[in-house]
Design a protein around this ligand. Sequence first.
Ligand code: C2E
Ligand code: CA
Ligand code: CA
Length: 837
Amino acid sequence: MKIRDTLIAGCCFFALLTALVGYFGGRSVTEISGVFDVVTDDVVPQMMVLNDLRAAGLRIASSTIELAYSAHAGKSRQGREADRTDDLIMIESAAKMFYDTLRKLDSHARGVPAEREMASEIETTGRRMVETSGKIVRAVQGGASSVEIFPLKERFEGEERVFLSTLEQASAYEAEELASTREEVDSTISASYLKIAAFSSVAFALAIVGGVFAARAISRPIATLHDGVVRVGQGELETRIDVAADTEIGTLAAAFNQMTDDLRSAKEEIVATSAYLDNVIRSMADALLVLTPDGIIAGTNPALCALLGYRDGELSGQPFVSVVDDRVAAQELLAEMAGGERVPDRELLYRAKDGEVIPVVISGAAMHGPAGDIQGLVCLAHDISERRKAEEDIRRLAYFDPLTALPNRSLFQIRLGQTIATGRRMGGVSGLLILDLDRFKDVNDTLGHVLGDQLLKAVTERLKESIRPSDFLARVGGDEFAVIIAPPCDRRSIAGRARTFLELLASPFSIDGKEIFISTSIGITLFPEDGEDGEALLRHVDMALYDAKAKGRNAFSFFSEEMNRSARARRTLEESLRRALLDEEFFLEYQPQIDLQSGAIFGVEALLRWRHPEQGLIPPSRFIPVAEEMGLIRQLGDWVLRSACLQCREWIEAGCRPVSVAVNVSGYQFNHPDFVDKVERILAETGLEPQLLELELTESTLMEGKNDTVMTLVDLKARGVTLAIDDFGTGYSSLSYLKHFPIDRLKIDRAFVRDIATDAGGRAIVEAVVAMGHSLGLRVLAEGVEEETERAFLKERGCDEVQGYLFGRPMPPPELQRRLAAAPVETAKGECFFGGL
Ligand code: C2E
Ligand code: CA
Ligand code: CA
């Protein structure tokens, strides 16, 4: 039911209660008035009638008795006559009144039998008295005597007394009636009073109960609603109002519940959305900063704290500039964001708690409120340290040597260009030094690359000791370092620096428990005098280095124009060399090899000669290295091998005693994979017996080939060729490898033979080599024997063979052929030489 209906029903209820109270009150009043009606309608008129009857009776009686008396006592006639008339009139009017009243008595007599009986008694007695009065009147009028009248008078008086007593009784009865009616009225009034009071009380109580009930019925849900609203206001969105009533409040409660449901789900949605966003922000890899519009940090995400090394919340309240390395850049960024602009990606340096500077790419924007005002600023930063590091790494890889961390050739060239440019502008002399480790390749080959690398690092460290802040040190090749020396400098100071470098590197390096000795060669150029540009300087410094190496290593050379000239000459030589083979400018000479015991020629060494059309004879020491560097040596070597084999074969065919022919083999030839096949092919082509071919290999050639060397040697041996080690003692000085190689002959270098006459040490070496060669089962040949003393010494020490000017210079084939044909010649000491001297 609706509240309005409840209120209407309540009012009706109260009206009903009031009506009931009124009704019962009215009923009581009616009852009381009924009692009053009885009094006014019956009792009082009856009593009045009785009084009137008494008055009429008494008047009749008094007048009648008067009349009677007048007749009895003799009065003057005249006076008596007047009194009688009055009495008669009185009696007549009283009688008339009496009868009139008597009629009323009847009408007022109620249905009560006692009353009716009384009324008829009054009427009877009254009538009797009146009739007797009439008789007296008539007697008086008739002039009756007093005697006659007296009995009548007596009778009348008797009747009057009866009548009056009857009246008395009736009056008493009526008085009693009145008294009892009064009692009835009293009791009716008090009963009505009680009833009204009772009904009023009940109605009052009901009204109160009803009022309280109605008030509660209406106010309780309102109070529940109020509590609910208050709780929702306090944020308890799970609040529900339990008002099931079908009233406006019920509807309101339902609507309220719906509203809280909506609010709750909206809040849950907001909470979920905010949790989601929170999650997104927390798990973001990029560093987020929320700032107040005036640049104070209001919030951070974990990525930012992790990036800058702060605890969660530690940065709140700090100014933005406290986490940025560049204050000016930070202020600019803030100003742009505060201007409402979206700031696109830009690079900035953050500063971590520990002071570390972290490069980031940052973007920013202002957060606008609903009114368009700026509520805050948001900065999103992406750590680009890794990228920077990668860029740095790429730069390092591009410009720095990974092994020594020194600038590499590219950076060196850039720096050289800068130095030249600065020199042109500012003037002054700068120097360029190229340091090349001598025989580094040998270190690498024998000790391995790992140790080689360690040696390069150690060399770098030593060079750094002597490097000045204005110098620039770079590694420009495998074992090449460059130093650019800034102005001012001159020849003397640079020579001093070069000497220092040489000394620094000359003392032994201790690497992996091994002592390693190296020497260095240094080429030097000066800018601007030695070259206009970087290219010229580099070319010239290479020449200087080449020159230093040529000097015998562990030396330095300044570039000179002479070098330039010789370089030019070399270029010319290269061009001539290319042509020479086609133009048949090469030829071979043969130098005899003598068996010391028999004195007979047992073999010849083929030596290459080049007759240049303009320059004449060019020694092999000049053109062979060039041919090797040009890659021409294999072609040339093939030609030598074929020509020598052919020549040897020709001599045999010409009927000479067969001698072996020794051919010098360059490392470039020997280490080529098809070398063995080629030898075999040439032997087959020329038809020379393999035993007559000897291949001379230098120690360094044997060392270069590493593992394959032994295989190649074994292969060659298997084909019947003999093998000799040329220039023994000048190369590696390591004898241990000898026993692994299937060698037939050791050729002691001329350098040792030369010392025989002068130097006891030289003699000892030659002796030792001879002994060692023999212990390995090799034949030992001494080269460059020019003196008889040398020959004698060698023979005495058991050297097997000799070769040298003493026995014959390299000679053209016809001459050698003659020597072979000639008989051995006896020397002064009685020794025999085949082929003559
Ligand atoms: P090598 O193999 O040690 O040749 C011996 C050199 O000593 C020759 O010089 C020879 O003329 C010289 N000689 C011989 N006896 C004496 C002597 O008693 N006193 C002095 N002072 N010198 C003597 P050459 O002909 O100038 O050759 C120089 C080098 O050129 C040779 O040294 C060899 O390594 C190389 N060579 C020569 N021909 C060829 C060749 O066909 N192929 C290759 N790869 N190298 C060759
Ligand atoms: Ca030789
Ligand atoms: Ca030699």
